[in-house]
Design a binder for this molecule. Sequence first.
Ligand SMILES: [Zn+2]
Length: 342
Amino acid sequence: MEANDNQKSQFEASPRVVHKRNNSQGMPMWEYKRSNSVILGYMKLAQPKIEQQRWNTKRKIKSLLKRIIPREYHPQFVDWYVKCRAFFLSLLYTGNKFECPFCGGHFRKFLPGGLDLPVLKEKNIVGGGYRVNATCCRCQSSDRDRLIYLYLKNKTGLFYKNLKVLHVAPERHLQRVLMTCPNIDYLSLDLNSPLAMVKMDITEIKYEDNSFDVLICNHVLEHIPDDRKAKSELYRVLKPAGWAILQVPISLLLDRTYEDSTVTTPEGREKVFGQSDHVRIYGKDYKDRLEKIGFSVEVYNFAKAFGEPTIHKYGLSKEEDIYICSKPKQKTFKMATSYYTA
Ligand SMILES: [Zn+2]
C-alpha cells in the first residue's frame, strides 16, 4: 500500500496524470491526460514509474529542441518530425497483413486508437472506444476514414460524376482525395477545425436550400446539443435526390438514444457518454431519428457486402454500419426509391 502511495505521489507530479479510478472489472487504473478534458488512456497501477520516466525523457528532448531550433522553423520542424515518424513506423510495421487505401502502404499491423473508457465497453458502442488496428502507421488515417472512403470509391459514382459536395468536420485524408478530384465541386466547413475551408455552425448553415448533391458528416452529430436542428439544416441544403453519409457512434445495447442535458462538465460527459465533448449516446433508434427529419435511410454494412477478409485487410470494424440518407425528389416524407441517382 505504501509503495502504491509512493507511486501515486511520483505519478501525480506529471501533468498528464490525474487520478486513480477503477475500470469495468474493478481493477485500479491511473488515467493520463493531454488536458483536463482529453483522456488519452489508462495504465495499470504497476506501470506509472516507467511511464513517468518516458514522459520526463520526452519533455527534456522537446525542451532541448525548442531551445536549439529557431522559433520561425518550429512549424517546418514539426512537419519534418511527422514525416520522419511516419517513415520509421511504416518501416517498423511493414508487412502484408493490412493495407491502407489512402497511402497505399502495406503493414503487419496498424496502430491502436480510441479511448478505453468503461462506458464505451459497457454500452458496446460501435464506432468509438479502443480499437487494436485503428490508425495507419504511415498516414494516420483512422478506420472510420477508411470505411467511408472505401464505400464512396466502390459503391457510389462520386469520383466520376460532376457533383457538389459538402464535407462537415473534414477528415484530412478524405478531404485531400475529394479536393483533388477534378469532377467534384468541394466545400468543407466546421466551427473549429483548421482543416475546414469555411467556419460555420451546422445548426445554422448559411447556404441556400438544395445547394449540394452529396453531404459527408462523419462523427459530428454526437457533439451537438440540438442535433435535430443540425440534421434539419443538412436536409435543407441537400438537393432533392441527393444523398448524405451521416455517421455517429452507436450503442448496440440501447434501443433508444440516451441523452441527459444535466450532464454538462467534461468529466461528467466522459463518464456518461464516453467522451468529454459528446452529449449523447445514439441507440438503435438513430435511423428513426433521421427518418423523422425526412431522410430516406439505408443502413449499409460493408462487412456483409465485401466479406471479413476485406474488413480485416483494411483494418475496419465489421459491426460499423454506414447510414446513407437520401432526400426524396419531391418534397415529401415518403421513402425515396434510390439515392444512387446523384
Ligand atoms: Zn495510410
